[in-house]
Design a protein around this ligand. Structure first.
Ligand code: AMX
Length: 437
């Protein structure tokens, strides 16, 4: 058994009695009430999910296993010669809550290498789709196509389902998926945008570095990939992609079905597609100005024009956060510390939007959070390095988001979380409850 699996097993055994006690002795303890507004308004703020992988504080932002983003980056083993950690070490942290040693990290690196070959039939599926299919549709199709390899599903079908050990099958599927998502994403990228030319994996590289290599990027981009995947990994479990993955897995669907569904949710413009929208909005705006960075006044006008036409300002606002997203800040710091990026006109504009948009949104008075989220920064970094195909950005998000979603559903199995099934009411019932029937 690998060190990661052994450590995870130990953690699961330690944790189980806590969940059992809560279910057996405290099941009636109230966590809150649900209002009519919440029932209609997307269950915002309803406290009914449990995860220990990450926690999102409205003011402070995300903590992964209790650690802030800077703490996470500082603690994890770094790829030699690089500023950023191994994605594989971060996976170890998300699953176990322990910061791995270099040796433990390299064990995961090796394990993923063994699992990373993309089956030929997945390539066939991708090639059978119309070439103008959205890359997220391709990504989702590739993931669900691999369902036939699910260890969980095959053991279940063979009557080998065991509530106490089924997490091990989920763990197998989750690791195989994690190992293949980068190469699948790279295949889609090269097939769609680089003349259908492909780059063989380099056996020396870690997951983030390999992705950069396989899309044909520079050495510098390797750290961008590592940073990007880690920053986009998890945002507790109520967001659309994580919640969808959890919901689908709760029916004992395997990791392939569950994460493919999560990817479909991530593809929505209010969720993962926002990074694409941000860049489109920003570039269109700059194009109108003949490539110049606008004045503050010009920018204000453009922001108001967007709002007055009934559109949202992409990259701003959040369902939970009430301050600037630390994932935004982390990417902003990356830009500030990267010589060419710091003075890059598109980054100058993104910086200016950060100075102007919160004021405009506050005056507009609708958004509960006028501050930027992760998506307001990520596109500009991709563009700078030559990943200029906006519609592809959500695939990058989806590769990273898998870390959180798959760690979560592995734990869901370990703790035996039930099938999700909230209760619906009719409009008449709401009217009656509100005394307006
Ligand atoms: N621009 C304009 N209006 C906004 C806004 C923005 N950036 N953010 C919120 N609003 C509006 C909402 O549309 C809503 O208007 P309505 O009352 O007419 O329906 C009102 O403000 C209240 O919304 P809220 O409670 O502040 O936000 P929410 O929890 O309903 O939605 C989110 C959150 C992210 C979908 C929303 O802020 C938004 O649409 N932002 C722009 C898109 C975006 O950046 N999405 C990415 C989020 C991060 C991610 O998942 N990748």
């Amino acid at each position: 058994m690998s060190t990661l699996k052994e450590t995870l097993f130990k953690k699961i055994q330690e944790h189980r009695p806590r969940t059992t006690k809560l279910v057996k002795e405290c099941a009636d303890v109230k966590l809150g009430d649900v209002t009519v507004g919440q029932a209609i308004g997307g269950a915002r703020g309803v406290r009914c999910l449990v995860t220990d992988i990450s926690y999102l504080d409205p003011m402070e932002g995300i903590r992964f296993r209790g650690m802030t983003i800077p703490e996470t980056f500082a603690a994890l083993p770094k790829v030699p010669g690089s500023e950023y950690p191994y994605v594989e070490g971060f996976w170890y942290l998300l699953l176990t809550g322990d910061v791995p040693t270099m040796e433990q990290t390299l064990e995961v690196v090796e394990d993923w290498k063994q699992r990373s070959a993309v089956p030929e039939y997945v390539i066939d599926v991708l090639r059978a789709l119309p070439r103008d299919s959205h890359p997220m549709a391709m990504f989702s199709a590739a993931i669900v196509a691999m369902q036939r390899e699910s260890v969980f599903a095959s053991n279940y079908a063979a009557g080998k389902f065991n509530k106490m050990t089924c997490w091990e099958d989920m763990y197998e599927d989750a690791n195989t998926l994690m190992a293949r998502l980068g190469p699948i994403g790279a295949y889609i990228y090269r097939m769609k945008y680089k003349g259908d030319t492909h780059i063989a994996p380099d056996p020396e590289l870690d997951m983030g570095g390999q992705f950069a290599h396989m899309i044909g990027q520079s050495d510098e981009y390797k750290d961008v990939a590592r940073m990007y995947f880690i920053l986009h990994s998890d945002h507790e479990s109520g967001n659309v992609s994580a919640h969808t993955t959890h919901l689908v897995a709760s029916a004992l669907s395997d990791a392939y079905y569950a994460y493919s569904a999560g990817i479909n949710g991530l593809a929505g413009p209010l969720h993962g597609l926002a990074n694409e929208e941000v860049l489109r909005w920003t570039q269109n705006f700059m194009q109108k100005l003949g490539g110049e960075v606008p004045t503050e006044e010009g920018l204000k006008e453009a922001l108001w024009a967007t709002l007055n036409s009934g559109q949202v300002i992409p990259g701003y606002g959040h369902a939970v956060l009430r301050k600037t997203d630390p994932r935004y800040t982390s990417q902003r710091e990356f830009c500030m510390n990267t010589p060419g990026l710091k003075d890059y006109p598109l980054f100058q504009l993104v910086k200016m939007i950060f100075e102007v948009a919160p004021g405009v949104l506050t005056e507009h008075g609708k958004a509960k959070n006028p501050w930027p989220n992760v998506d307001a920064q990520s596109g500009v970094i991709q563009w700078y390095y030559g990943v200029t195909e906006y519609e592809y950005y959500t695939v990058l998000f989806g590769i990273g988001r898998a870390l959180g979603c798959l760690a979560n559903i592995t734990w869901d199995r370990a703790l035996g979380y039930g099938i999700e099934r909230p209760k619906s009411l009719t409009t008449a019932m709401l009217e009656e409850a509100a005394g307006i029937a």
